[in-house]
Design a protein around this ligand. Structure first.
Ligand SMILES: [Zn+2]
Length: 221
């Protein structure tokens, strides 16, 4: 992926990401993951790409598209994104998606086997039907729950890192109005923006409590 030449943007994303990663490593049991790579080990890059996307990968890599900056006027906005992406890594959603992919492939072999005495046309139809079912029935619902889990953990991380979690609602509202704004892992699995924002609003009091406690201990601004 081509890197953008944006030292100021990179410094900004890095500073925020390091705080969020530190929070995710130190978060209470059940929320955080002390086995995440330490902040200094993460490789963070601004990707030269106009689409507003971001990703994090296990092993400590974060990519933040240059096109994301137009949707992130405040540091809190960036913390929402980094919190969400780091939460995917903590929950090992990438691995689960790989296992889902394997399960879908195994299912495809089963369909192929069970229809081997039928005509080529029938086999083709059965395969197409299986592909649609695998996508809609198995892979999408899991991914929706992943998104929701990442949103939930993400606001905890941002609160612990000293960023006001209330900004998550503002950010996703702005993001939902941007045509074509989809993080790669969303693709068609994106939960409806309305559902996502409603869920975040329900979770906000919990995250705000964490934020208030964090600010009482070590005010960040
Ligand atoms: Zn996500």
């Amino acid at each position: 992926m081509p890197r953008a030449n944006d030292p100021a943007g990179l410094a900004r994303v890095k500073a925020i990401a390091l705080r969020v990663i530190t929070a995710a490593r130190a978060a209470p049991k059940g929320y955080g993951d002390p086995s995440l790579p330490p902040p200094a080990a993460w490789e963070i890059a601004i990707i030269k790409d106009d689409s507003p996307n971001a990703f994090a990968m296990p092993g400590g890599k974060i990519g933040f598209n240059s096109g994301m900056f137009r949707l992130t006027p405040t540091d809190e906005d960036i913390a929402v994104i980094i919190g969400h992406e780091v939460a995917h890594v903590v929950c090992r959603h990438g691995n689960e998606r790989v296992s889902q992919g394997i399960a879908a492939a195994v299912g495809a072999v089963a369909v192929d086997q069970s229809t081997r005495d039928q005509s080529a046309e029938k086999r083709k139809q059965a395969m197409a039907a299986y592909g649609a079912a695998a996508t809609l029935g198995v892979i999408l619902p899991f991914s929706r729950s992943h998104e929701s889990e990442a949103d939930q953990l993400g606001i905890v991380y941002m609160a612990l890192a000293g960023y006001n979690p209330a900004q998550s609602v503002t950010f996703w509202q702005r993001f939902s109005k941007e045509p074509g704004a989809r993080m790669p892992e969303f693709l068609s699995t994106h939960p409806s923006d309305q559902t996502r924002i409603q869920k975040l609003q329900q979770l906000l009091p919990m995250a705000q409590k964490i934020y208030a406690e964090q600010q009482a201990k070590a005010p960040t601004r």
